[in-house]
Design a protein around this ligand. Structure first.
Ligand code: NIG
Ligand code: FE
Length: 406
């Protein structure tokens, strides 16, 4: 049996909803790709010690691998020009209406070869790994035609096959009305009748997402699209209440979605709806910051009502050109008042929940996947505190070492 033992470690297990649950002078035993044992080093059972490979954590802190539960990282080009135009006063939705914004990324992603798109995506994934990320959700949605949506999902498939990380592939057909379609209805029909069934039959889709917003698709329009996803048993996510209250949460509750994401315009009433339906709130501080928004998601109410809050990068060229989960933890604390504990929970236990992976990811726990990160810190609150430092020393994903700092 292939056994690896991390020792001389402070284990931040996250195995509770109340605290970091730190085990000092701990050891963590990995058998194959799972956590087989953890506890105080002095209690380490003898039978693991025989032919194990040892990793000295040098009294550093070990956390579960971080989970980025909302990204659009498969894209070509960038939108630095949109960024300049916004600085001159144009809004995100004005730029989109004038044919820039998402449309621009769609054109560039359509034009990119599979190999170029793969290389671009792989380098973003490597940046994420160096920031302690071992699970990444990635959406399509920069194709909006069959071939490009397929190309994006095949890039994700190749990432799954090439790296020991865990990837979740989300079909985001309902992102924006592409130029060649005249109505939302006609385009969504195309997604429902042709694209989703074909991509699903190729087993390329793990989840389904849509952009529920006045500038994109209305809740009512999205209902048949999501019902198709449900027919296939695919878990549902929504880009919800980002720029306005657009009825996304009511639809999410009706469809038993796993998460609603963004939520700047989430009403108090809808917070209760999320709680009642056990839906995770995914907050994306990078997009709020980058678009210079002022309307904040109702974090105090979400916290009071006990709605699980996950944090993600939203990695995309238009609203959040970042691969850094640590930067997002800092922004969630500084901009929106989360505590460092809440922020780390948002990148571990609740991010796992947003992906339906609570039974195997997000905690250091026996039987869970061996996603383990060793950090050069002296308390887990430093993960939210430092701005852009490289704190990560070693990263193990599903039992394989994927990063070691020189
Ligand atoms: O999550 N809101 C819609 N989708 C992305 C942005 C996509 C883009 O601007 O390219 C988001 O912010
Ligand atoms: Fe997004």
């Amino acid at each position: 049996m292939n056994v690896t033992i991390w020792y001389n470690a402070n284990l931040v297990t996250m195995d509770s909803e109340k605290d970091y649950e730190i085990i000092e002078r701990g050891a963590l035993v990995i058998e194959q790709n799972k956590i087989a044992w953890l506890g105080e080093e002095k209690a380490l059972p003898k039978y693991y010690q025989k032919e194990a490979t040892y990793i000295n954590a040098k009294n550093r802190f070990i956390t579960p691998g971080l989970i980025d539960c909302h990204t659009h990282l498969v894209y070509a080009g960038n939108r630095a020009r949109d960024f300049e135009n916004r600085l001159k006063g144009k809004t995100y939705s004005q730029i989109a209406h004038e044919g820039g914004g998402i449309h621009d990324t769609i054109s560039q992603t359509r034009a990119a070869s599979f190999d170029d798109l793969y290389d671009l995506s792989l380098s973003r994934v490597h940046e994420m790994i160096q920031n302690g990320v071992t699970t990444i959700e990635i959406k399509s949605g920069y194709g909006q035609d069959f071939d490009t949506e397929l190309k994006q999902l095949k890039v994700i498939e190749k990432l799954k096959q090439s790296l020991p990380l865990t990837f979740i592939a989300t079909y985001l057909g309902a992102h924006l009305l592409p130029n060649e379609f005249v109505s939302n209805r006609q385009y969504l029909d195309f997604c429902i009748k042709q694209v989703m069934p074909e991509l699903h039959s190729m087993s390329l889709i793990d989840m389904v997402d849509g952009f529920c917003e006045n500038m994109a698709f209305k809740a009512q329009e999205l209902e048949p699209y999501y019902l198709k996803a449900r027919e296939y048993g695919l878990p549902i996510k929504l880009h919800a209440e980002q720029f306005s209250e657009a009825g996304a949460c009511a639809l999410a509750a009706q469809l038993k979605a796993v998460s609603v994401d963004h939520l700047e315009y989430l009403s108090e009433e809808n917070v209760a709806l999320l709680k009642k339906n056990d839906i995770t709130a995914v907050i994306l501080p990078g997009a709020y910051y980058f678009l210079n928004e002022t309307q904040k998601p109702p974090i105090p109410t979400l916290t009071q009502q006990g709605v699980p809050i996950a944090i993600a990068t939203d990695c995309n060229p238009g609203t959040s050109p970042t691969t850094s989960m640590l930067l997002m933890l800092n922004m969630a604390c500084v901009l929106w008042g989360l505590t460092p504990l809440q922020a780390l929970q948002g990148a571990t236990i609740y991010a796992a929940k947003a992906l339906g992976l609570s039974d195997r990811k997000g905690r250091l726990k026996v039987g869970y996947d061996a996603d383990v990160v060793c950090w050069k810190i002296s308390h887990p609150n430093e993960l939210s505190y430092f701005l852009g430092s490289s704190l990560c020393e070693k990263v193990m994903a599903n039992g394989c070492m994927v990063y070691e700092k020189n």
